[in-house]
Design a protein around this ligand. Structure first.
Ligand SMILES: C[S@@+](CC[C@H](N)C(=O)[O-])C[C@H]1O[C@@H](n2cnc3c(N)ncnc32)[C@H](O)[C@@H]1O
Length: 107
């Protein structure tokens, strides 16, 4: 995986298409994380039909947002992430609902 040589920077390289691709390929979503994300998605109070509004900050490729939309079809989920690579993956997953506010990487 790509790591910044500058120790002031976090080792994750979320602005790299290749890093994001590799991170997603190694994500444990289907085997381990998906049940946990699904559990989070049903924690919202109120009736399932209630149109909750959710801001998923650092939402990545939209794994949690997808679970929320499955559990709460009336939900409006805004996914924010500063990685354009992640936003693109989220848009592939949920083209109708994925939105983002990609910003420039810190310098
Ligand atoms: C470990 S991934 C988790 C993604 C998602 N929450 C999930 O559970 O699948 C962390 C995400 O946070 C995003 N992120 C990290 N720092 C951020 C910041 N300052 N502003 C916006 N997004 C950020 C990264 O781009 C990455 O997509």
């Amino acid at each position: 995986m790509t790591e910044s040589a500058d120790p002031r920077h976090h080792p994750h390289d979320w602005h790299s298409d290749a890093y994001v691709e590799q991170w997603i390929s190694q994500d444990l979503t289907d085997d381990e994380r998906r049940p946990a994300l699904a559990w989070v998605a049903v924690l919202f109070p109120g009736e399932v039909s209630h149109p909750v509004r959710v801001l998923d900050v650092g939402g990545g490729s939209g794994a949690l947002a997808a679970e929320i939309l499955q559990a709460r079809p009336q939900a409006a989920v805004v996914l924010h992430d500063y990685s354009t690579a992640m936003i693109a993956k989220a848009a592939e997953r949920s083209p109708a609902s994925a939105t983002g506010s990609p910003t420039a990487p810190p310098t």
